[in-house]
Design a protein around this ligand. Structure first.
Ligand SMILES: Cc1ncc(C[n+]2csc(CCOP(=O)(O)OP(=O)(O)O)c2C)c(N)n1
Ligand SMILES: [Mg+2]
Length: 334
C-alpha cells in the first residue's frame, strides 16, 4: 500500500436512478458526520468520535446491496455504515450525545453504536474485532437455515492484527457468506499503513487464505455498488467469502479532536479532488440530472441532520434505572 495518486474513476455501470439513491445516502452520511463534528466542538459529544468523511461511497455502495435481514459489523469509524444499513439518524445522534432514545439508550456512544433492528451488529473500539464477529454471525445464520449475508467493514490497520487471519480463515473453511470490506484510507491513526504492512497488501493476504479479492476505487460508488451487487448475489446463492479492497481516503484527522494537519497539504488536496460526492454528482450530471435537483438532495440531508442535532440536544438524559438493562451480566466474583 502506498499514498500514490487516487485511482481512476470507473465507467458508468449502474442506472442513474440507482446512483441518485446512493448519492442521497452518501449526502446523509456526510451531513451526519458534519453535524457530529459540530456537536463535538460544542461539547455535546464526550469521548472520541471518528468521522468517515471521504469514505461515504464504500458504506453506501456495499449496504445498498443488503437486505434488512442481512448483517454488518463495523469499526470505531462506524456512523456511515450504520446510516447506510438503515438506522435512524435521529436515534444515532441521540446515541452520540448519550441521550434517551439513542440506539442503545445512550450507553454505547459513537464507538459502540449498534442497531440490531436493521442488522447492524455494532461499531467496535477494538481494531479488527468485528472480523471474527462477522464470521460467527454468518455461521449462526447458516445454522438457522437463513440465506443472509454478512458485510464486515474494517480498516487497513486491521489487516495487521491476528483476528484478520482467524476470521478470514474461518469464513473460508466453512464457506461462509461474509463480504470482507477493507476500507483502505491509507492511515491507521497517524501512521501510514504502507510503512507497517509487510508484503503486497490486504488483497494478497486474503487471496493467500483462498478468499477471492477485488481491489477497487472505494470512492467510486458506481463501481462499489456494481461489484458488491455481484458478490452478494453469488454469496447468497451459496458461494463462500469474498474480499473487497476499497481504496479511499480519510479526509479528516483520526478523531474529531485531531485536525489532521500532520499530513502533507498536497496529499490532502489531491484526494479532495477525488471526493466521492463529486464523483457521484458528476456521474448524475452527465446522465442528465439538473444541478438544482442534486442541490436539493444535499439540502434535504443537511436539514435532516440539523433536526437530528436539535432533537438530540433537547433530549433528556437516560433514566438511571436503565443503566444495567441490555448489559451482559457475567456474575460477580464468587
Ligand atoms: C487492538 C487495538 N489496538 C490499537 C487501538 C488504537 N487504535 C484505535 S483506531 C486505530 C487505527 C486503526 O486504523 P484502521 O484500521 O486503518 O482504521 P481507520 O482509523 O483508518 O478507519 C488504532 C491503532 C485499538 N483501538 N485497538
Ligand atoms: Mg485506516
Amino acid at each position: 500500500m502506498s499514498t500514490s495518486s487516487p485511482p481512476e474513476t470507473g465507467g458508468p455501470t449502474v442506472s442513474a436512478q440507482r446512483v441518485r439513491a446512493l448519492f442521497a445516502t452518501m449526502c446523509r452520511i456526510r451531513a451526519f458526520e458534519e453535524a457530529a463534528e459540530r456537536a463535538a466542538k460544542e461539547g455535546l459529544i464526550t469521548g472520541a468520535a471518528h468521522l468517515s468523511i471521504g469514505q461515504e461511497a464504500t458504506a453506501a455502495g456495499v449496504c445498498g446491496n443488503l437486505r434488512t435481514s442481512d448483517l454488518i459489523t463495523s469499526t470505531h469509524r462506524g456512523h456511515g455504515h450504520t446510516i447506510a444499513k438503515g438506522a435512524s439518524a435521529d436515534a444515532m445522534m441521540r446515541e452520540l450525545f448519550g441521550r434517551a432514545g439513542g440506539t442503545s439508550d445512550g450507553k454505547g456512544g459513537s464507538m459502540h453504536i449498534a442497531d440490531f433492528s436493521v442488522g447492524m451488529l455494532g461499531a467496535n473500539g477494538i481494531v479488527a474485532a468485528g472480523i471474527p464477529i462477522a464470521a460467527g454471525a454468518a455461521q449462526a445464520k447458516r445454522l438457522l437455515g437463513e440465506d443472509a449475508v454478512v458485510a464486515c467493514f474494517f480498516g487497513d490497520g486491521a489487516v495487521n492484527r491476528g483476528p484478520f487471519l482467524e476470521g478470514l480463515n474461518w469464513a473460508r473453511i466453512y464457506d461462509l457468506p461474509v463480504l470482507f470490506v477493507c476500507e483502505d484510507n491509507r492511515y491507521a491513526a497517524r501512521t501510514r499503513t504502507g510503512a507497517m504492512t509487510g508484503g503486497p497488501g490486504p488483497a494478497a493476504r486474503a487471496e493467500s487464505l483462498g478468499v477471492p479479492a477485488h481491489p477497487i476505487d472505494g470512492n467510486d460508488v458506481m463501481a462499489v455498488d456494481a461489484l458488491a451487487g455481484q458478490l452478494v448475489e453469488e454469496m447468497r446463492a451459496g458461494g463462500g467469502p469474498q474480499f473487497i479492497h476499497a481504496k479511499t481516503y480519510r479526509q479528516k484527522g483520526h478523531t474529531v479532536a485531531d485536525p489532521g494537519t500532520w499530513r502533507p497539504a498536497e496529499e490532502i488536496a489531491q484526494f479532495l479532488e477525488h471526493d466521492p460526492m463529486t464523483i457521484a454528482r458528476q456521474f448524475l450530471i452527465d446522465a442528465g440530472a439538473g444541478p438544482a435537483d442534486l442541490d436539493a438532495i444535499v439540502a434535504d440531508a443537511q436539514q435532516e441532520m440539523a433536526d437530528a442535532y436539535d432533537s438530540a440536544a433537547a433530549a433528556p438524559w437516560p433514566d438511571d434505572g436503565l443503566a444495567a438493562t441490555d448489559v451482559q451480566d457475567i456474575g460477580g466474583p464468587a
